[in-house]
Structures are given as C-alpha cells and as structure tokens.
Ligand binder design. Structure first.
Ligand code: NAP
Length: 315
C-alpha cells in the first residue's frame, strides 16, 4: 500500500520551511520536497537586514540553513525532489514527483517564484557565459571587469551593491526614470562610486553569442530611440520573479501572472470555491509584499490550517 502522508510541502524557502516547522511540531511528520531551487530566494541572497530578531542582519543562506535544522529537529523530512503534476481532485491528493507518485491528505504549495529573464534570444544563449540572475553565485567571476545590472527594484540595487565588491564598474540599466526600489537601497546604490545609472534604457541585444561570452550590450534609449553599445563582460538581471505554478495548471485558480489565488490568506480556490486540503503560502501566492517575514508568516498560517483541516476530519 502506498503511504498516505498527512502533509507534503512543495518548496523549501522561508514559507515552506516555516510550514514544515509548525506541522512538524504538531506531529504531522511533513515531507518537504525542496524543488529546483532548494532554499528559495534567500539561499542566493546576501545580508538580510530586515528579518526581525537579527539586529546586525544575517546572511540569507545561514538563515535558511537554520530554518532547515529547526524543522528537521521536530521531525520534518527534506528531500531533494520536485513535483511535475498535482491531482487536487483526488483524495488523498496525488503528486507526480521525482520520487514517484506520492499520496497526501494535505498539500502546502510553497514553490515560490524564480528569476525573470528579459527573453532575448541572445540573453538565453549566454546564460552561464556572462549572463546571470544570481549575483551571489556568479559575481566572483567578474573581478575587475565592467558589468551591467538590469532593473529598478530592490533586487537590482542589492545586486549592484553586492557586485561592486568584484566588478571594476557597474552600469545600472533601468527602463524608466522612476524606481520601485526602497529609498534606502536606491540612495545606497546612487551614492556608490562604482555604480553609474542609465535610465530610460533597454537592452536590445547581448553581444558575444558567437564567441560564447558576453562582449557588450546593444542598448536603446527609449525616449530618443538612439542606440549604442555598452562594453561590459557580464549582465545581471534583477527584474523580478515569476511564480512556480506550472504543476498546478487546471488544479487551482491562478491570476493573470500565474500567482496562486488565495482566500483568507492561504486557502486555494478552483472556479472560486475553496479546494479541500490544498493551501498556498509565500511568494507563490503573494505578488504584493514578497518579503521573507511575510512568507514565513503565511507558512505558519498554512500549517495551522492544515492542522485544523486534519483535526476536523478526525486525523
Ligand atoms: P520589483 O520590485 O518587481 O522590481 C522589478 C524591476 O524590474 C522593476 O524596476 C521593473 O521595471 C523591472 N523590470 C521588470 N520586467 C522588466 C523587463 N522585462 N525589462 C526591463 N525591466 C524590467 O522586483 P524585485 O526588485 O525583485 O523586488 C521584489 C520584492 O522583494 C520587493 O517587494 C522588494 O522590496 C523585495 N526585496 C527586498 C530586498 C531588501 O529589502 N533587501 C531585496 C530584494 C528584494 P518597472 O519599474 O518599469 O516595472
């Protein structure tokens, strides 16, 4: 007989691990499938200064590692595995995973969001050859080289500031002249001697596809239409994220950008009605706040709802 889990958690970022901690402490022996990006976005960030309780900040990977240890201590099982399909109509819920078919009474979707790309063919061809969406992973390769960072939000500012440790010069490219970044991050980046801003500018092409390394960027000024070439050895994207919800298509309602629609914070819906036993938390259902602490908070809510759901059904 296939084992029926009380709860399976998709994703091991801040939301998934908080849900794991709470369900583990409730004795539900959660199974966490870590997904394609174990640890989520915090595991590829640097100093987290706004997670309460860490007055001097904490490195993202360390924070995630602590959360994993804390969840495991109470009985959560973490597996390097991912899910390709969900059948939320079946009871128990069925999951097609890299571990085979899994059955579970409840499902917590905490699969987060992944880096967004510009979508240029030349960009896609040069990922890993000078094009990156992860400053902490790849910054080291650009010691004393000029690079560009694309974006106008906190991610782009954070990447530019982090990359200033390595790069000789950073050009921050933003498609508008107003920024989404918080004042503190924007001011830090603007005051940095190595960071130069170019606004109203978009990337038309990444040069160097034949050479298999970034040789420069062909840029266009969106106000004048003028084009020029920026000589850089690397391009980092900081243009936001897209939710990881492919495996949920047709199973739960998604909004026009693919985020899971929820009601009462963490209840998923299909055709507007609550889907029994399926909860969502963290960035996969949050296009507004997207903070580590809000992800953790909704992970806690999802876990408490799972507990109640199982209790109401006599488990
Ligand atoms: P974001 O705030 O959505 O910003 C994305 C930026 O990328 C925007 O400036 C956007 O331009 C630009 N962009 C999007 N698609 C683009 C495209 N196809 N081509 C060119 N530019 C494009 O995303 P984020 O910076 O990743 O931040 C997400 C959330 O995480 C925010 O709530 C942020 O505060 C938080 N965060 C916090 C920290 C921190 O506090 N340390 C660090 C990182 C992230 P437009 O403005 O023109 O739309």
């Amino acid at each position: 007989m296939t084992e029926i889990h009380d709860t399976v958690i998709l994703g091991s970022g801040c939301a998934g691990l908080t849900a794991a901690l709470y369900t583990a402490r409730a004795g539900l022996k959660p199974l966490v499938l870590e997904g394609h990006e174990p640890g989520g976005q915090l595991s590829i960030t640097t100093l987290v200064e706004n997670f309460p309780g860490w007055p001097d900040g904490i490195q993202g990977p360390e924070l995630i590692d602590n959360m994993k240890k804390q969840a495991a201590r109470f009985g959560a099982t973490l597996e390097h595995a991912h899910v390709s399909a969900v059948d939320a109509n079946a009871h128990p819920i069925r999951l097609q995973s890299s571990l085979g078919e899994l059955h579970t009474r409840t499902l917590i979707v905490a699969s987060g969001a992944s880096a967004r790309w510009l979508g240029l063919p030349s960009e896609q061809a040069l990922i890993g050859h000078g094009v990156s969406s992860c400053a902490t992973c790849d910054g080291f390769f650009f010691r004393d080289k000029p690079i560009a960072v694309v974006g106008g939000g906190d991610s782009a500012m954070e990447e530019a500031i982090f990359l200033s440790r390595f790069a000789s010069k950073i050009t921050l490219l933003h498609r508008r002249d107003a920024f989404r970044a918080s004042k503190i991050m924007l001011e830090r980046a603007m005051a940095h001697p190595k960071i130069e801003f170019r606004t109203n500018t978009v990337v038309e092409e990444v040069l160097g596809v034949d050479e298999k390394e970034v040789k420069g960027l062909r840029l266009r000024d969106v106000t004048s239409g003028a084009q020029d070439v920026l000589n850089v050895s690397g391009m980092f994207l900081g243009i936001g994220h897209v939710p990881n919800t492919k495996m949920l298509l047709g199973q739960v309602d998604l909004d026009d950008e693919g985020y899971v629609k929820t009601t009462n914070n963490v209840f998923t819906m299909r055709n507007g009605a609550v889907v029994p036993g399926v909860f969502a938390c963290g960035d996969v259902q949050d296009r507004r706040y997207r903070q580590a602490v809000t992800a953790a908070g909704s992970g806690c809510m999802a876990a408490l709802e799972v507990e109640k759901y199982l209790e109401d059904r006599g488990h």
